[in-house]
Design a binder for this molecule. Sequence first.
Ligand code: SAH
Length: 352
Amino acid sequence: MDLDAANAVLLERGAPAYRVAQMRQAITRDLITSWDEASTLPKDLRVALSEAAPASEMTIEDVQRAKDGTVKARFATSDGFPAEAVLMRSKDRHTVCLSSQSGCALACTFCATGTMGFGRSLTKGEIFEQLLWAARTARESNAKVRNVVMMGMGEPLQNLDAVLDFCHMTNDPDGFGLGARSIAISTAGWIPGIDALIKEPMQVKLAISLHAPDDALRSELMPINRRYPIKDLMAALKRYRQATKRRIYVEYLLLNEVNDRVEQAERLADLLYANLPGGTHVNLIWYNPTGSGMTASAPDRVARFQAVLEKRKIEHTLRRSKGADIDAACGQLAVRGLQEAKQKAREGRAQA
Ligand code: SAH
């Protein structure tokens, strides 16, 4: 659902401001899935909107509910590419984790999405539609979506235009109306995107998936590190920090006997002190095994790692993923359909 496109339809037809407000309310407050449900709008407008800015562009293929209340939806784009979104609950303030791409080109070795390759980038409308699904699902239990994290499938900074347009639609008081600080963009370290974000006035949060304190290990886990090694990444984050004064969230996945040694915690602390003193919050992430052969760190190793950060006065939180029983946890968003969709797209191109 592309709210900008819907606005353009009304603008083109010279519709009065109250019609624009009705249209927007139908989407963001009533959470309609078809313009037929927008009873406040005249029929001809509904028809025009259905053609140029459909209220639903994707189909929902599957919805799964975990014991902890986490809900995952699998969508298919109109050309058959899968995308997944996950709604996580905490009282009445829910967080939704959205996909920015179908599949991912970065091939991080620990990540399920990384193993499936790249399908295509999602449009701003396809990303926004995941949020609307989440808002609808939250409404079932009288809750609202209060946080958006771009931590589903894909590398958001490799689809930055669409992601920023999505953030604007989400943040705009005449859009979804969510504070920019409630939106987090997570990157594996795509430096051109970090530099582009520096120029972005919207105060979205930036999270960087670091996962290793040295190049040898990081390149092994995250091939993107060969192109943008830690030194360059830290320089980009320093530029970002200096320009925006914003805190940077550092994601660090704890992989048993891979990156969770005490020395590695010390090196992580050194790295952050040297480059971003006082400017970070480290999120230690519990690993959800994905068939990579790697496992989550043993609890005593987690405790020792945390103790180092504690001693070094590095602000940090240990995060446990939700929805693991339905493969809805971080990095588990892999969809069998992707290879098939890519094949179909290739055949389509061959025919054209
Ligand atoms: N490409 C972006 C956003 C998508 S991944 C990025 O790399 O940040 C969102 C987060 O989930 C990243 O920190 C990623 O490293 C982490 N992640 C990937 N696989 C995971 C898994 N199996 N268990 C826990 N976290 C995982």
